[in-house]
Design a protein around this ligand. Structure first.
Ligand code: GLP
Length: 254
């Protein structure tokens, strides 16, 4: 089979694949290979539409028995403020539905967006991350405004877990996961860019034409605090970026 085009010249390792299914499978394989090498590792997980096929592929990979993750600790990036774990719009619920019900982990950790004292909850999550020794492999999506986790434009690159006010565009992009008429929360607890940058490895997934401009800004524009994902450029080793052709259509050489 012909090898997919891969760009290793820049500060990321970019792979462009034909379609969403191919990207999801490649991401699942990368996660699975990492787990084989780090059976007691800490796996950072993301939510969002991009991750649904990735987690489906992960739970169905022939080469990757679910038992492979039994000693892996899963830590999620973020959770909406005000939503308890049983709320269908919560990321707790998303993770349970799309991954944790299929793949057993030794533990899964997600910020508690319903905590009474959110500052305390942020500190608790940072202590937890430090106690775990940081994240081994961090899986990431890409927001159309460049957000990673819920680190919105302007977030300091050294930020740790904090309460983020969500932009109108981020709330609109996430409205589909809420029942019609249900209010999209205005804030979230999110791991900071500093926590994400400290991960040993980064794996970003972006698919669909609506991600094309964000991907172009990430890979072609000068890094700017107005585009949070830019903080991950130049990570060592380089961030692995898996995209489909639709997302890559504004990168002139593809
Ligand atoms: C969300 C999440 C991110 C996610 C991003 C992209 O709101 N907090 O972790 O990567 O937005 O989401 P999607 O995959 O739905 O485009």
């Amino acid at each position: 089979m012909e090898r997919p085009p891969r760009d290793t010249r820049g500060p990321v390792e970019l792979t462009v694949l034909d379609d969403v299914a191919s990207v999801a499978r490649a991401a699942a394989e990368a996660i699975c290979e990492w787990a084989a090498r780090h059976p007691r590792g800490v796996l950072g997980l993301a939510t969002g539409a991009t991750m649904v096929p990735v987690y489906r592929a992960l739970s169905r990979l022939d080469a990757c028995r679910p038992e492979r993750f039994r000693q892996v600790v899963a830590v999620n990036l973020d959770e909406y403020v005000g939503l308890g774990p049983d709320d269908p719009g919560s990321f707790h619920h998303f993770m349970q539905t799309h991954l944790f019900s299929q793949v057993p982990f030794s533990a899964h950790c997600i910020p508690n967006g319903a905590a009474r004292d959110l500052d305390e909850e942020c500190r608790r999550y940072d202590i937890l991350l430090d106690h775990l020794g940081g994240v081994g492999l961090q899986v990431l999506g890409l927001g159309t405004n460049g957000h990673v986790g819920f680190n919105e434009p302007g977030t300091p690159w050294e930020a740790r877990t904090h309460v983020a006010t969500l932009s109108a565009s981020t709330r609109a992009a996430n409205a589909a996961t809420f029942a019609s008429g249900q209010h999209v929360p205005a804030a979230a607890v999110t791991m900071g860019i500093g926590d994400i940058r400290r991960a040993q490895r980064l794996l970003m997934v972006a698919v669909g034409p609506h991600k094309a401009e964000a991907l172009r800004r990430l890979l072609r524009d000068d890094p700017s605090p107005h585009f949070p994902a830019a903080a991950l450029m130049g990570h060592e080793p380089p961030m692995q970026v898996l995209v489909d052709r639709a997302a890559a259509r504004r990168l002139s050489e593809w």
